[in-house]
Design a protein around this ligand. Sequence first.
Ligand code: NI
Length: 172
Amino acid sequence: MIYTIRKYGDPILRKKAEPVKAFGEELKQFFQDMLEVMYSAGGMGLAANQIGVLKRAIVLDASTKDSTIVMGLANPEILEASRDKNEFEEGCLSFPGINEKISRPKSVKVRAFDADGKELLIEASGLLAIVIQHEIDHINGVVFTDRMSPVRKMLHNKELKELKKLNTPGHK
Ligand code: NI
């Protein structure tokens, strides 16, 4: 199956994705496909709606030089978020060429399920906390520009307008 990455302006990025109900081989394969798309695009995370599938499924690679962290998660949800915030320069495969500092809780506790339907409780901090929050936003129809301060978002006005024009159906 060939997937293409949906870009800003595509209405699917604004939709709330549906819970994953079927676990097993097919989901495992789907996570593999998503990881392949993500790696070939040079990303650290990808949500299913970014490839046109309205399912609450995300993949990520938040590996550092000290540890390998690669995950495929179904139905992830944030149970707790720290009050402390961290600022990190984020990018997004649906917003090529745009990078901006985003402030998010420093650590989060996440509940999710793996491909076999096993429940996972993840205490995420550092890079993992950033990527996991970014991807969970996606499956809720939230994109990282929504998290930018208004002043910073304004700096990207022109690029955002162009992306939107290119990717909104019937807006040629
Ligand atoms: Ni993204």
